[in-house]
Design a protein around this ligand. Structure first.
Ligand code: G5P
Length: 224
């Protein structure tokens, strides 16, 4: 049986983790698990976990580590037997160590995008709150302005995508991401990509994955 492939993608808010993850999942057949999407789904479904995390997610504050690991690790156990890509988890050293106790990652992609680019992207970002589908008025606009492509429901903008809030989110991201990157660097699995344009970064990520996965047949299904 082919070896399973386990990967994660990291990057500040607006760096394109979700956009690139969807391309990876489609091109390489990895199951895709986004922590942000999973949390938003739990909130929308009013589950016990959703109620617990709601106030953090709404303020774009990190959900406490013990809650995140309690949610994400059992979810990953359900995906055992599959190759997967994690988007947004692990985010902190404590989450990375908890994950590391169970799974050795084959690849960690880190996106390094200039602040000004993030600011421009997020100020142009609209989301469909129920599904987490994300649009950008220049890069991937909805078919009908202000409406979700699938449901036709209205799109909204997050308060946290305003410049002052964004600056503090980015500072915080850097602080917590550093030890996580150091861990994966020490394991030789960290690959960083810099740039201002997802479409220019994508061919390099695509080529890296082709090299890393050339012996791996893709799994057929996808979770998001
Ligand atoms: P999330 O959902 O992980 P963030 O804030 O880390 O949220 P975000 O903002 O969703 O990440 P992203 O996925 O990195 O950003 O980027 P994206 O959505 O693909 O792209 C951003 C925008 O730019 C989109 O509009 C896209 O279309 C556009 N775009 C992409 N590429 C380009 C380009 O080349 N050009 C242009 N012009 N536009 C482009 O987490 C949400 C919350 O959940 C909690 C926290 O509260 C968090 O705030 N959470 C956790 N808490 C603790 N621990 C964890 N592990 C947690 N995970 C989630």
């Amino acid at each position: 049986m082919a070896k399973l492939f386990r990967a994660a993608i990291m990057g500040p808010p607006g760096s394109g983790k979700g956009t690139i993850s969807k391309r990876i999942a489609q091109s390489f057949g990895l199951l895709y698990l986004s922590s942000g999407h999973y949390l938003r789904e739990s909130i929308a479904a009013n589950t016990e976990a959703g109620l617990l995390v709601k106030s953090y997610v709404e303020r774009s504050m990190l959900v406490p580590d013990h809650v995140m690991t309690k949610l994400m690790l059992p979810r990953l156990e359900q995906l055992s037997g599959h190759s997967w890509l994690l988007d947004g988890f692990p985010r902190t050293q404590s989450q990375a160590l908890a994950l590391n106790n169970l799974y050795q990652l084959d690849l960690v992609i880190s996106l390094n995008i200039p602040y000004e680019t993030l600011r421009e992207r997020l100020s142009d970002r609209w989301v469909h709150p129920a599904s987490g589908r994300v649009y950008n008025m220049g890069f991937n606009p909805p078919r009908v302005q202000g409406k979700d492509d699938v449901t036709g429901e209205p799109l909204i903008q997050h308060d946290d995508d305003k410049p002052e809030a964004l600056m503090s989110r980015l500072r915080h991201y850097k602080d917590v991401a550093k030890p996580v990157m150091n861990l994966y660097k020490s394991q030789g699995v960290l690959h960083s990509f810099s740039g201002t344009d997802t479409n220019r970064i994508w061919p390099y990520i695509n080529s890296l994955l082709n090299t890393k996965m050339h012996t791996q047949p893709p799994d057929a299904c996808q979770t998001k």
